[in-house]
Ligand binder design. Structure first.
Ligand SMILES: NC(=O)c1ccc[n+]([C@@H]2O[C@H](COP(=O)([O-])OP(=O)(O)OC[C@H]3O[C@@H](n4cnc5c(N)ncnc54)[C@H](O)[C@@H]3O)[C@@H](O)[C@H]2O)c1
Length: 255
């Protein structure tokens, strides 16, 4: 018996990085996984690797019709939705001075509106099912401040606020629908390691020459997937509205 045996789990951005690790781990723990992504080849390959327990759906999380399609296909194929992992996101590097309205809106449309749409349609599907768990991927950038991630930081703070509102709503509706956010510092995935590097602008996020610093800041995708699995499972049935940091003590300092 797996830790999420027979639960139907939608994972957005499941073709790469953390989402891919979530899908593999949840499938190993007995879930039926719906992998959604804009990246079709990688998403289909992963679903094929997992087998009959998995399904891939091409999906842009910023599209309302896309979400209606994902919920409808998941319900048709697997009977309903138990878990939604809002994981897909984009990262654009720009300070407040460099951020244009166009870049700001591009990031909010995916990272903020995309999460709202997922929560809106996911919550209603879970209500019809009688319960469920929503896991929202936020970031330490949504709690602290990262100068070069202006639009991204704001979108991740929006995700935290959205999460708390949903948790309050389900609590006062007396419904067993939980909504929690995860706040990692760095994770070893393409999102940060593929960022273009400007030699004139040393990155405060990545410093390839400082192995100790890298080890202290960057975790493996499995470190995140383990928490996603716990929040998806009934083991966490009394955890609702929590902001869970995975950051190796980012907010701690030596005195
Ligand atoms: N990597 C880090 O250091 C880090 C740190 C904190 C938080 N996070 C968060 O973790 C989550 C996973 O990121 P990752 O590091 O695995 O990144 P990643 O770039 O490896 O994977 C993101 C996936 O999302 C997909 N995607 C992008 N836009 C999409 C859209 N509009 N619709 C559907 N899919 C879309 C991409 O195709 C990709 O497969 C994100 O929410 C990210 O913000 C990452």
């Amino acid at each position: 018996m797996g830790r999420v045996q027979d639960k139907v789990c939608i994972i957005t951005g499941g073709a790469s990085g953390v989402g891919k690790e979530d899908a593999l781990l949840m499938a190993r723990e007995g879930a039926r996984v719906v992998i959604t992504d804009v990246s079709v080849d990688a998403g289909e390959a992963l679903a094929k690797q997992i087998g009959d327990q998995a399904m891939f759906i091409q999906h842009d999380i910023a599209s309302e019709d896309g979400w209606k399609n994902v919920i409808a296909k998941t319900t048709e194929h697997f009977g309903g939705v138990d878990v939604l992992v809002n994981n897909a996101a984009i990262l654009k590097q720009a300070t407040i001075e460099e951020t244009t309205l166009e870049l700001w809106e591009q990031v909010q449309k995916v990272n903020s509106t995309g999460y709202f749409l997922g929560c809106h349609y996911g919550y209603m599907a879970m209500k019809a099912r009688g319960g469920g768990s929503i896991v929202n991927m936020s970031s330490m950038a949504g709690i602290g401040g990262v100068s070069s991630f202006c639009a991204y930081s704001a979108s991740k703070a929006a995700v935290a606020g959205l999460t708390r509102s949903i948790a309050a709503h389900s609590r006062f509706q007396h419904l067993p629908i939980r909504c929690n956010s995860i706040h990692p510092d760095g994770i070893k995935t393409p999102m940060v390691f593929n960022l273009p590097r400007d030699p004139n602008k040393p990155s405060t996020v990545r410093d390839g020459n400082d192995a100790k610093r890298l080890m202290a800041r960057f975790c493996e995708p499995t470190d995140i997937a383990n928490l996603v699995l716990f929040l998806a499972s009934d083991e966490s049935k009394f955890i609702n509205g929590a902001e869970m940091r995975i950051d190796n003590g980012y907010l701690m300092w030596a005195d």
